[in-house]
Design a protein around this ligand. Structure first.
Ligand code: C2E
Ligand code: MG
Ligand code: MG
Ligand code: MG
Length: 280
């Protein structure tokens, strides 16, 4: 009868919720110890000049090596964000980035830039700007080699706060990219007042290319008018690359060129002198 079905559904629902909550609690508890247990690592995905194939920089993407598995940031970043653990995790990412940049300058004599993702809670946290300035100083990194990536959505969370923070980052010399651009609802008139250097066209609009190109065209035009660098993310094939090339996009990132790579592999393939010769 209906009552029995209803109560069955309820208990099924309750069981599901309990499992979800349990997974979440476990994730949360393990995340707390992940830094101290050395379970995080960074992968680097190259950004290339799509006309010359030359490396222009890379993006640092965090991975969590936990109990023998590599856990995607899509799974744990939201939990880290909600619990606030994102703040120390984000600090760890910035510090590792500075360490790598410092090593690369000494070893490979390169001025490759690294883009770091900063989540909205980390962006809002008062420690971000003093932390990043202190790290750049300590590792002797020119701030222009570090590009902060903030999603369009988190910028729009609190636009006044965002403008204030971005101004501070800019005056300290850091690069600023708006990530996943086109997926949020930013007002174009605000965009003009944000001291940003780069727009990253969200993968969703790159995957529509070449046929469905209205959004990508609009972003490229906007970028040109505002004198911003445009990076197309998630390029997966030659047709997408061809369209971007002939429509004025200069920088590309995506599986078509390379997946995010473990640090040693990235260094071997993109920074070691021999590989640079082979590539050009
Ligand atoms: P995102 O910043 O937009 O990074 C791009 C994501 O797209 C990466 O996924 C990358 O591996 C993936 N990708 C790149 N090229 C392609 C392609 O051609 N095809 C497809 N299908 N995917 C491609 P990943 O590494 O899993 O990261 C997912 C998201 O997690 C990132 O999106 C970013 O929002 C967040 N994230 C990653 N690392 C960090 C971090 O250190 N801090 C914070 N706060 N968030 C991070
Ligand atoms: Mg990003
Ligand atoms: Mg993105
Ligand atoms: Mg994204």
């Amino acid at each position: 009868n209906a009552k029995a079905i209803g109560s069955n559904q309820w208990s099924f629902f309750k069981q599901q919720m309990t499992e979800k909550a349990a997974v979440r609690l476990r994730t949360e508890a393990s995340l707390h110890d992940a830094i101290i247990n050395n379970e995080f690592l960074l992968h680097f995905q190259p950004k290339l000049d799509i006309h010359t194939g030359e490396l222009v920089g890379c993006e640092a993407l965090i991975r969590w090596q936990h109990e023998g598995r590599l856990i995607s940031p899509m799974t744990f970043i939201p939990v880290a964000e909600e619990t606030g653990i994102i703040v120390p995790i984000g600090r760890w990412v910035l510090e590792q980035t500075c360490k790598s940049l410092s090593k690369w300058q000494k070893l490979y004599n390169t001025s490759t830039t690294v883009a770091c993702n900063v989540s909205s809670k980390q962006f809002a946290d008062a420690s971000l700007i003093p932390d990043i300035k202190r790290m750049a100083m300590r590792y002797q990194i020119d701030p222009s080699l570090i590009e902060i990536e903030i999603t369009e959505t988190s910028l729009m969370d609190d636009i006044d706060l965002a403008i204030n923070k971005l101004k501070q980052l800019k005056s300290a010399g850091f690069g600023i990219a708006v990530d996943d651009f086109g997926t949020g609802y930013s007002s174009l008139s605000y965009l003009r007042h944000l001291p940003i250097t780069t727009l990253k066209i969200d993968r969703a609009f790159v995957s529509d290319l070449p046929h469905d190109n209205a959004i990508a065209s609009t972003i490229l035009t906007l970028g040109k008018q505002l004198h911003l660098n445009i990076v197309a993310e998630g390029i997966e094939n030659e047709q997408q690359e061809r369209w971007l090339k002939s429509n004025g996009c200069v920088i590309g990132q995506g599986f078509y060129y390379s997946k995010p790579l473990p640090i040693e592999e990235f260094e071997q393939l993109y920074l070691a002198p021999r590989s640079r010769q082979v590539q050009s």
